[in-house]
Write a protein that binds this ligand. Structure first.
Ligand SMILES: *[C@@H]1O[C@H](CO)[C@@H](O)[C@H](O)[C@H]1NC(C)=O
Ligand SMILES: *[C@@H]1O[C@H](CO)[C@@H](O)[C@H](O)[C@H]1NC(C)=O
Ligand SMILES: *[C@@H]1O[C@H](CO)[C@@H](O)[C@H](O)[C@H]1NC(C)=O
Ligand SMILES: *[C@@H]1O[C@H](CO)[C@@H](O)[C@H](O)[C@H]1NC(C)=O
Length: 397
């Protein structure tokens, strides 16, 4: 007993070892070495696991948004379903993307804390001339919105990492709005490629499970109120905001084609501007639609403008009880002609915005309301400076 206890110490002193002690010292030394190796090994493994996770994460997501903090924690399988895709760029084609975007949980309650977000979807040709105004609108409301931009495939955005638009471009297709013949907004109004682009925006935004409401905007749109008001108005509404009305005459019912029967008959035919705000359910309905899409693609061609009829008609047939049948995007058709008025530097006056804010009544959640518009169009790039200058005065942000 004694010998065994003192043996390690004896090993340090070469003058006293006995034969029996030495034979005991040897296995102990081997064990010491083994333990040392084991310790070093475990330490090294932990270090390399940490490094793989750290650098592996950095490699998979090379240029992620700076606002998202890298997550070093072990992520659960559930996390992979909850976390928004980052970066937004992917190589899915429309068939794959729409299939993936049509996934819907059948259990209503989320088993995690979900803060519902508004997806702001910008359908643009390329640059967003009014971006600085939007930046100011979004400032301080991180976590309550996401941004998506559909541009021409040839356009490469160069927003700085500090911008809310940084890397928010989604993959577009070469076929989208090819013939550029417009001034501020996107061309090919009335072509199915326009609806394709809008469905693609919805599908990409649906990949983030936190997005609950989806707003379609153009590069010529501006926000008319501060973010808190917009968020509350949209989130508390029981109805989606999409223009949907039955218009007699050549520009309404006159565009209907009887070959759309039985999917769509003349009394079901609706018209409305394409600038909508809808909830997640309606967004999925649009992305998954294979009943109305082929009919509209084949039988609604100019002078039938499909972007004014497809979603309003389809949603009015499928979910009339979920629609407010009006848009929240103000526009001025009073000047007549095929396009609404565009406003520039000289138009940005207090009088002008009084006209937009006052003298309207609309129905909000079955009650009359004087707050009818959240956004407005169309604004030229020259309007930016006066808009920025007066934003707090006019819009409260
Ligand atoms: C997408 O890719 C799949 C598989 O390669 C193919 O079957 C499908 O037709 C493609 N869809 C489009 C729109 O190109
Ligand atoms: C938004 O505007 C409303 C009304 O103008 C105001 O009461 C509210 O304080 C504003 N919210 C923020 C966050 O500025
Ligand atoms: C159109 O379809 C709706 C719903 O099926 C039906 O109630 C309506 O009578 C139809 N209208 C015409 C003109 O056929
Ligand atoms: C919108 O129109 C549909 C008919 O297309 C109707 O059933 C629905 O009640 C309307 N929505 C509201 C809020 O009035």
């Amino acid at each position: 007993m004694q010998a065994r206890l003192v043996a390690p110490e004896e090993g340090k002193d070469p003058a006293t070892p006995t034969r029996t002690n030495q034979s005991r010292v040897l296995p102990l030394r081997i064990m010491q070495f083994l333990l040392l190796f084991l310790g070093v090994g475990i330490g090294f493994s932990i270090l390399s696991m940490y490094m793989i996770r750290y650098f592996g994460f950095q490699n998979v997501v090379p240029v992620t948004q700076t606002r998202i903090q890298p997550c070093f924690k072990e992520s659960s399988i559930l996390d992979k379903w909850i976390r928004p895709p980052s970066p937004l760029w992917h190589t899915m084609n429309d068939t794959e993307l729409f299939w993936r975007a049509s996934f819907v949980p059948r259990i209503k309650e989320y088993p995690f804390k979900r803060t519902p977000k508004i997806a702001f979807m910008f359908l643009t040709r390329g640059p967003l001339p009014l971006a600085p105004l939007w930046e100011r609108f979004f400032k301080g409301h991180e976590g309550l919105y996401s941004i998506y931009m559909h541009t021409l495939p040839s356009y490469e955005a160069d927003y700085p990492p500090s911008s809310v638009f940084y890397q928010r471009q989604i993959p577009s297709q070469p076929g989208d709005y090819e013939n550029l013949d417009f001034v501020i907004e996107v061309a090919e109004w009335g072509m199915m490629s326009m609806c394709d682009a809008e469905r693609r925006l919805l599908a990409n935004a649906l990949l983030d499970i936190s997005n609950e409401w989806f707003v379609l905007l153009s590069e010529a749109c501006i926000p008319l109120h501060n973010f808190s008001i917009v968020y509350r108005y949209i989130s508390k509404s029981r109805f989606g905001f999409i223009g949907a009305f039955d218009e007699p005459g050549p520009y309404g019912r006159g565009r209907y084609n009887e070959k759309m029967v039985p999917e769509v008959n003349i009394t079901q035919w609706r018209k409305g501007s394409q600038w909508f705000e809808i909830n997640r359910k309606l967004a999925v309905d649009i992305v998954k639609d294979d009943i109305f899409y082929p009919k509209f693609k084949e039988f609604c061609r100019p002078a039938c403008y499909v972007d004014e009829h497809y979603f309003p008609t389809m949603l009015s047939i499928q979910s009339p009880h979920l629609l407010a049948n009006r848009t929240t995007t103000w526009v001025d058709w009073s000047r007549g002609g095929a396009h609404p008025a565009t406003f520039g530097k000289a138009d940005i006056t207090e009088q002008f915005f009084k006209r937009i804010f006052e003298g309207h009544t609309c129905i909000y959640n079955n009650q009359p309301s004087s707050l009818c518009f959240l956004f407005a169009r169309k604004f030229a790039p020259s309007a930016l400076d006066p808009l920025l200058e007066h934003a707090s005065e006019f819009f409260g942000f």
